[in-house]
Design a protein around this ligand. Structure first.
Ligand SMILES: [Zn+2]
Length: 352
């Protein structure tokens, strides 16, 4: 279960930090730079049931992270500069890039002022159906279903399954179970239909999260006007590309690029794979991103950058600034590369 994994991961980070093991591993495993993944940036909310909390950090944590990186002498660079340094193998200084996925309104409201105050370049990856107001943020829709229901019935392979979720601890458990089941489905259409059906039966508007949370085109344009911003592509429909036929996957990548270029009147050269784990982006997708002409493409596979990543520019790892681990001491642990060395079993590149 995710909660257990969180607890284990946190314990691992704490152990690395307090034993100083991260400092020992750092010279070999710290790499040359890293890319941070962020989603929401907004003040903490009070609700006890926040199963998607890993996808948000507070403005204070973002600012603290920036200040700590600067104090550690890390260059904060754009994805274009990161691409140049990898291509030219320019590793005279360590570097980090900030990237934000999906295109949330709170990025404009809370993150942009901080990034501007500290002159931090960043990339914002937009799934173009979101500003078109056609996006399905199915993971938020599922949260709303579990939040309001006391009991959920789901037909799975012809049998009805009952989930009891009156109490908060039950809601957390039920969300994790249903989320795990949805993600295990090989057909994403089936997955989305299941969430729409749940929304329908439990009175949740599946289109509301997109309208409430995502930037409109004028808002994206406002963000794009910052000289620090690069607007990258994130497919049209936020699909898990690996689960789709080749042509559909390539089309999702190309189309999102074209729509962004047409809307903003500037080139769109960087890409982020939606979800971005090995079940949604792997060898075929890394090739498709090249075929679609992107300079870089980022996954959510955990890791820091090594010189070898010059040959894997469309399979770059990232480090998630995760809402469940908002302690600045973890930034030092991330910089050491130690947790990712362990995660990747001491392989520098994980692009299979
Ligand atoms: Zn995304």
């Amino acid at each position: 279960m995710p909660n257990l994994r969180n607890a284990a991961f946190r314990a691992g980070l704490e152990t690395l930090y307090f034993t100083g093991a991260h400092r020992v591993l750092s010279p070999l495993w710290g790499g040359v730079g890293l890319i941070f993944t962020l989603h929401h940036v907004r003040p903490a909310r009070k609700s006890r049931f926040q199963p998607n909390r890993l996808l948000e950090v507070t403005p204070e944590f973002l600012e603290g992270t920036i200040l700590r990186l600067k104090r550690r002498g890390v260059d904060l660079v754009s994805m274009n500069e990161l691409h140049r340094r990898l291509r030219e193998q320019d590793f005279s200084r360590r570097f980090a890039a900030f990237t934000f996925d999906d295109g949330y309104k709170d990025n404009l409201e809370f993150a942009l002022p901080i990034l501007e105050r500290h002159e931090v370049p960043f990339a914002q990856y937009v799934a173009t159906s979101f500003p078109d107001r056609l996006g399905e943020l199915w993971w938020v829709a599922l949260e709303r279903v579990v939040e309001r229901a006391d009991r959920i019935v789901i037909p799975i392979e012809g049998r009805e399954h009952f989930f009891y979720c009156e109490r908060t601890d039950q809601k957390r458990e039920v969300f994790a179970q249903i989320y795990g089941w949805l993600r295990s489905l090989s057909d994403e259409n089936e997955m989305r239909a299941a969430v729409r059906d749940l929304c329908d039966r439990y009175g949740v508007d599946p289109g509301a999260p997109c309208r409430e949370l995502c930037m409109s085109w004028p808002e994206i344009e406002k963000m794009a006007n910052s000289k620090l911003a690069i607007i990258g592509a994130h497919t049209v429909n936020h699909v898990m590309l690996k689960k789709w036929p080749r042509e559909k996957a390539l089309n999702e990548m190309r189309r999102s690029r074209e729509v962004i270029e047409a809307s903003l009147g500037r080139p769109c050269e960087h890409f982020a794979y939606p979800v971005g784990d090995p079940t949604s982006a792997a060898a075929r997708e890394f090739e498709l991103a090249q075929e679609a002409g992107f300079k870089t493409a980022v996954t959510t596979r955990p890791g820091v950058l090594f010189p070898e990543h010059r040959d894997y520019l469309t399979a770059l790892p990232r480090v998630s600034l995760n809402g469940n681990f908002q302690a600045l001491r973890f930034v030092d642990v991330f910089l050491s590369g130690a947790p990712f060395a362990l995660w990747n079993r001491f392989q520098r590149v994980n692009a299979g």
